[in-house]
Ligand binder design. Structure first.
Ligand SMILES: Nc1nc2c(ncn2[C@@H]2O[C@H](COP(=O)(O)OP(=O)(O)OP(=O)(O)O)[C@@H](O)[C@H]2O)c(=O)[nH]1
Ligand SMILES: [Mg+2]
Length: 223
């Protein structure tokens, strides 16, 4: 009887993630994994970000959803190359799905955004080979969430505190969020952003540009 161990499958997944990472290195691409709860504002953030960065860097997008091409259509409407992945039920992307999507995207771009399936738990557990992890966390979710869902926040390179235009309508202060993020995402850069008003989008885009510079200002292999 053939026995297949989960740890061997896990090792295989890690090898594919590493291959994705090597591919990004070879092509001079910085890849960002965007994760967050359903409806946190991931696609809206991309809609605010891509018009600024696509002309300068050449962006591509992988959209991950359980079903529908709605988010892919929103990105395509911006004129940015996009592949829509439908997991059919799986609550996160895996590195093989991302590798398959990369085959469909044109080369030459410097920035790849992967919008993971809306979920604050499972995507944080799976390395898909991206260079940076960003959590989009909306003020309507409440400031207790980083403590209740710690993994995503503890591993984030940046947290976008989204929908800050809604704060005046909530019984919550911006400081309530910043305090908890300071504890739960101590290594993360935090960007209060409103995709609706444009507040904070400059600082967020400047951080992305700094990541590209940082990644590729070193000789290959040392970056
Ligand atoms: N007021 C306000 N609403 C926003 C903002 N960003 C997103 N929204 C709204 O929040 C809802 C969800 O936004 P999406 O961008 O689709 O969220 P998402 O995280 O991509 O959702 P999934 O891909 O389904 O997980 C939409 O109705 C947006 O219009 C914002 O900055 N301010
Ligand atoms: Mg979306």
């Amino acid at each position: 009887m053939k026995v297949i161990l989960a740890r061997d499958l896990q090792a295989a997944s890690e090898r594919v993630a590493e291959a994705n990472r090597n591919r990004f290195r070879q092509h001079g691409v910085l890849a960002i994994n965007l994760m967050g709860s359903p409806g946190a504002g991931k696609t809206a953030l991309l809609e605010a970000t891509l018009p600024r960065l696509h002309p300068r860097y050449g962006c591509t997008v992988v959209e991950g959803d359980i079903a529908t091409t709605r988010d892919g259509e929103r990105i395509a409407a911006l004129g940015v190359p996009v592949v829509q992945l439908n997991t059919g039920g799986a609550c996160h992307l895996d590195p093989a799905m991302v590798a398959r999507a990369l085959e469909e995207l044109p080369g030459g771009g410097r920035l790849l955004f992967v919008e993971n399936v809306g979920n604050l738990v499972c995507p944080a557990e799976v390395d898909i080979g991206t260079d940076r992890t960003v959590v989009v966390f909306s003020v309507t979710e409440g400031p207790d969430k980083p403590e209740k869902y710690p993994l995503a926040f503890s591993r984030a390179d940046a947290v976008v505190l989204s929908k800050v235009d809604l704060l005046p309508h909530l019984d919550l202060r911006r400081e309530d969020f910043l305090d908890v993020l300071g504890r739960c995402a101590p290594a993360a850069a935090v960007f209060p952003v409103s995709a609706r008003t444009g507040e904070g989008v400059d600082a967020w885009c400047a951080w992305i540009e700094a990541q590209v510079t940082n990644q590729y200002s070193h000789p290959p292999g040392e970056g």
